[in-house]
Ligand binder design. Structure first.
Ligand SMILES: [Zn+2]
Length: 680
């Protein structure tokens, strides 16, 4: 099974934390969440605890979940909803070929462990024969090409196949899709895991895991073969790009023509490889990690064919472990769940079934999900909010002091070209050619992979579609892509308390609005400044823009350096700067957008709170999080995001907050006007 890791600045993604299902009630937004407040605290002294004090007293962490927050709650709620949808769809009698039949039968087949047990390892037989039939470099290359997968999807790396493909526009041409080729082929997380002397114990555990999986498939000399497979993977890892390179997108912009492969990466029979991959006529490629392509290809040329065949057999079993008998699924969990992820108990089978159905039929599940939980009226409301945010952002950019006029023009053009998707796609994936058969968990997974792969490769012959949907609606998250210039917010994240289509405008803008504007601002800050309006690579700031920006942000570094959640544990203002700037931008833009929405009319008073008060309250509640000390220490040490309390304290920089809560100079959070920061 693949290991996923985010490695590049091209994509920022916020996935919900994995969470075991708990019975939680749907949270409500700030207008109604007044029971969460602590009225014994003055807003100006500790706004975070004023807004969240009662909630924080009841929120609990648990051993598998050292941090507990709104995202975690929404992930649990959404997962329960999806479970009910899938279980309902799995009940017999759905029209053949309907979405309900497909997702229901996929889920039911995955859950049918006795059927999976009865079939044993037999489903692997055809593929095992194909591996056994490999006799030379050409047939090995063809097999590798034929199993190229598209698991990477632009967000992650190190799939369990030797290489992965992501079909996306290039860094210089926004009109055409190209074939982005990524490194892969490893079974433990990254290059360091193979090479770091401190990780020798993990490698030994991995080798025994490989041996156990080979034995399950009845392969002899398992331990010896496992050791050799680990050696081969270590050689592959040596060719992988170091992690430090992954953050530098300029190092990943390596256009190769088809003919370059034989010259730059000898070893693989590339004709056989691309023919089998179904892209024999593809001319242009973008090679993200050239060293990995060169190094791995050389290994195809130099290493014993029988070793490669054992490597492929092992990864085949591993890849399908969850749809093979219990012994394989358990062995898979013992290594990937327990040893690598620290989980003590195997999740319920239904959790894995939900994840597998989402992976295979993401938009089919999403269509059923949104029909029930995110109607067109909710989408329209979210789109109207996005329009307000973009309008507010336009004015803010136009009025910037630190950005030069020519740069502002470029920023405004980029804003005008930004595609923001909310909730669900306008056009759904057509799954009609994908056959899902009840009782065939293995075959369903194979067919779904083939379907998703050919759908992906077919895009190579089409013009780019900037509205291409990037995240399943039922995922609690958002995908921000600089190339193309798009941002996508799922229906899963657009629910209370972040966003309530029937609820209070002030709360929606203070919570979801500030979050979306945070992401939008990244397109124009020092992350987004290397991609233009069409998502092409090239810095559009001038050196003096950068110098002015750095000068304007210095005060925010000092402000956050002063926050110390525990004695001796203070924030590193530089480490969290980029995200703090985006929080501030998000808050300012969302507040402007809220005023735009009011069109000069006063907002209602709800539960004794003015609209202005609810706006900032929703912002502070957005960041609530119960956290064990260890998790807090880890976050302060390594996370680029500040702990929730200090994200909430961003309000100290905003004049309207002082007015809304009548915050005076004797308040603990009071900042003198000259100490307040206003970059955007
Ligand atoms: Zn951010």
């Amino acid at each position: 099974m693949p290991l996923f890791r985010i490695t590049t600045l091209i994509v920022l993604i916020c996935f919900g934390a994995a969470l075991s299902p708990t019975h939680v009630h749907q949270p409500i937004n700030a207008a109604d969440a007044t029971g969460d407040l602590d009225h014994s605290i003055k807003p100006g002294d500790d706004f975070y605890r004023y807004a969240n004090g009662a909630w924080l007293k009841t929120a609990v962490t648990s051993p598998g979940q050292p941090s507990y927050d709104t995202r975690a709650i929404l992930t649990a709620i959404t997962s329960e909803r999806v479970r009910h949808l899938l279980q309902g769809a799995a009940a017999a009698g759905k029209a053949k070929g309907s979405l309900s039949q497909k997702v229901g039968d996929y889920y039911a087949s995955f859950m049918d462990e006795s059927r999976i047990e009865t079939r044993g390892m037999a489903p692997l037989a055809d593929e095992m024969s194909a591996i056994s039939a490999i006799t030379n470099k050409a047939s090995l290359s063809a097999y590798l090409g034929g199993t190229l997968n598209n698991e990477v999807d632009g967000l992650t790396t190190n799939a369990d196949h030797l290489f992965s493909v992501w079909v996306n526009q290039s860094f210089t041409d926004s009109d055409h899709y190209v074939f982005h080729l990524w490194q892969g082929g490893l079974g433990i997380p990254d290059r360091e895991a193979y090479l770091d002397p401190k990780m020798a114990a993990l490698r030994a555990q991995y080798a025994s895991h490989i041996g156990a999986m080979l034995e399950l498939a009845g392969i002899g000399d398992a331990d010896l073969k496992a050791a050799r497979i680990l050696t081969l993977e270590t050689q592959i890892a040596q060719s992988h790009a170091p992690d430090a390179d992954a953050a530098d997108v300029f190092k990943q912009n390596n256009p190769w023509q088809r003919a370059d492969f034989a010259v730059k990466a000898p070893g693989m029979d590339w004709d056989a490889y691309f023919q089998a991959a179904g892209v024999a006529d593809q001319r242009e490629f973008l090679v993200w990690q050239p060293s990995a392509v060169t190094g791995t290809s050389a290994l195809v040329g130099s290493q014993d064919i029988n070793l490669w065949k054992d490597y492929l057999r092992y990864h085949l079993i591993e890849h399908y472990a969850m749809v093979l008998p219990r012994a394989a699924a358990s062995a898979h969990f013992a290594f990937y769940g327990t040893i690598l992820s620290g989980m003590s108990e195997m999740p319920q089978r239904s959790q894995d079934a939900i994840a597998a159905t989402n992976a295979a039929l993401g938009q089919a599940v999403g269509q059923l999900y949104t029909e029930r939980y995110f109607p067109p009226s909710a989408k329209a409301k979210a789109q109207a909010m996005v329009a307000d945010l973009v309008a507010a952002c336009r004015t803010r950019i136009s009025n910037l002091k630190w950005m030069s006029e020519p740069t502002k023009e470029k920023a405004l053009a980029k804003l005008a070209a930004l595609h923001v998707g909310v909730g669900y796609p306008d056009t759904w994936i057509d799954y009609s050619s994908l056959e899902i058969v009840r009782g065939d968990a293995f075959g369903n997974m194979r067919r779904a992979e083939a379907f998703n792969r050919s759908r992906n490769l077919a895009k190579l012959k089409q013009r780019t579609d900037p509205n291409e949907w990037r995240i399943d609606p039922q995922v609690v998250g958002a995908v921000i892509l600089f190339s193309p210039n798009t941002e996508t917010f799922s229906a899963g994240i657009l629910q209370p308390p972040y966003f309530d289509p029937q609820g209070d405008t002030a709360s929606n803008y203070g919570s979801a609005g500030a979050g979306m504007a945070h992401e939008i601002s990244h397109s124009f800050d020092e992350l987004g400044n290397i991609f233009d309006a069409q998502g092409r690579l090239g810095n559009w700031w001038t050196p003096s823009d950068l110098a002015n920006y750095n000068a304007a942000t210095a005060k925010l570094v000092t402000q956050f350096n002063g926050y110390c959640p525990l004695s001796g544990l203070c924030l590193n203002g530089e480490q969290v700067l980029t995200e703090n700037i985006a929080d501030l931008a998000g808050l300012l833009i969302a507040h402007d957008a809220y005023l735009l929405r009011l069109k000069g009319k006063p907002d209602l008073v709800i539960n004794g709170l003015t609209g202005e008060q609810r706006f900032f309250l929703a912002f502070a509640q957005r960041w609530r999080r119960a956290q064990e000390e260890g998790a807090l220490r880890k976050q302060v040490k390594s996370d680029i995001h500040s702990p929730g309390e200090y994200r909430s304290d961003t309000v100290r920089n905003v004049e309207a907050w002082y007015k809304a809560y009548n915050v005076q100079p004797d308040s603990k959070l009071y900042l003198k006007p000259e100490d307040r920061v206003g970059i955007w």
